[in-house]
Ligand binder design. Sequence first.
Ligand SMILES: [Ca+2]
Ligand SMILES: [Ca+2]
Length: 100
Amino acid sequence: LSGKLSERKQLMIQTFHKYSGNEGDKYTLSRAELKELLTTELGTYLGNAQDKEAVDKVMKDLDSNNDGEVDFTEFVILVGALTVACNDFFLEFNDKPEKK
Ligand SMILES: [Ca+2]
Ligand SMILES: [Ca+2]
């Protein structure tokens, strides 16, 4: 079980960095990067993430230090909340084939 958890953690880090490196600070998600992460990775779970207000709300909820960017610590809170809300999230996420 601990092996699984560590895989999930790896996956979270990979996902975060896939988007956080797109613009500005490599280690934080801007609003645009967060939106892309939400719509691409979590579109089915957050059906209305394309809605600008929904992204703003998630951003505001996550950005606990109000610097306008979501860092990894803040991102972990989102993932934790989603894991509680939706148990199958990571199972499905893990099964997603790599497309590279
Ligand atoms: Ca960034
Ligand atoms: Ca922040």
